[in-house]
Design a protein around this ligand. Structure first.
Ligand SMILES: Cc1cc2nc3c(=O)[nH]c(=O)nc-3n(C[C@H](O)[C@H](O)[C@H](O)COP(=O)(O)O)c2cc1C
Length: 208
């Protein structure tokens, strides 16, 4: 069975273009394989907690020495990490929030950045352990940051996600950019349609 992990983070519900685009991409990917299933991690509805002292202890201490709270945090992190590791393809979605990703997506990354699961350090340096899968990254923003835009240096979302995915061993990353959202200069539906046109099979999600 092929597994597609869809990670959404927008708090804007049905108004979110990153969630709409990412969902359409995940469904298009699923249609390519007969027995594919989509695992949806909705970080707006079910945010992972910010990492804290208990988390820092939980990922290091022997399992039989953990408190109930620490064990619960570790279990939540294990579940998110296993979803990521077991996925054949991943679609990550975020709005640009204050020039970076949604804090819920940052927390997800903090939970899946697990030594000996998604990365490890060797004598030659860090080694990613989660490679071999394609990751689509959907970023929606009001501003424009790509294609040499003047605001490009303010984009801390794409470089961060590309670096973290690379750290996890993922080199096959495709960015799906939705820029100018909500400005009224170009209809959001047109922005969505143009972005989805880059993923075969996903363009049908937007009415012509
Ligand atoms: C609190 C907040 C901060 C935002 N910060 C930025 C920003 O720094 N740069 C930008 O281009 N757009 C910014 N936006 C606009 C969002 O990126 C845009 O509305 C995007 O469509 C949100 O993604 P969504 O449609 O998936 O919810 C911000 C929006 C909110 C609500």
């Amino acid at each position: 069975m092929s597994s597609i992990l869809l990670v959404t983070s927008s708090p804007r519900g049905d108004a979110s273009v990153s969630t709409r685009a990412a969902s359409a991409i995940a469904e298009a990917l699923a249609r390519r394989t007969a027995d594919a299933r989509i695992v949806h991690r909705d970080l707006a509805a079910h945010p992972l907690p910010h990492i804290d002292q208990d988390f820092a202890v939980a990922v290091k201490a022997p399992a039989d020495q953990l408190t109930a709270d620490q064990a619960a945090l570790l279990a939540a992190s294990d579940e998110a990490t296993d979803e990521f590791l077991n996925a054949d393809a991943v679609v990550l979605a975020s709005g640009m929030i204050n020039f970076s990703i949604a804090s819920t997506l940052k927390s997800w990354i903090d939970h899946v950045a697990r030594a000996h699961k998604t990365f490890r350090y060797t004598a030659e340096g860090p080694e990613g352990l989660a490679g071999g899968k394609k990751v689509y990254v959907v970023i929606a923003s009001a501003g424009t940051y790509t294609n040499g835009a003047a605001a490009a240096p303010m984009d801390f979302a794409r470089p961060y996600l590309k670096s973290m995915l690379g750290f996890f061993g993922v080199t096959d990353v495709e960015f799906i950019d939705l820029e100018g959202v909500g400005l009224g200069i170009e209809p959001d539906e047109d922005i969505l349609a143009r972005a989805l046109g880059k993923v075969p099979g996903a363009e049908f999600a937007v009415a012509a």
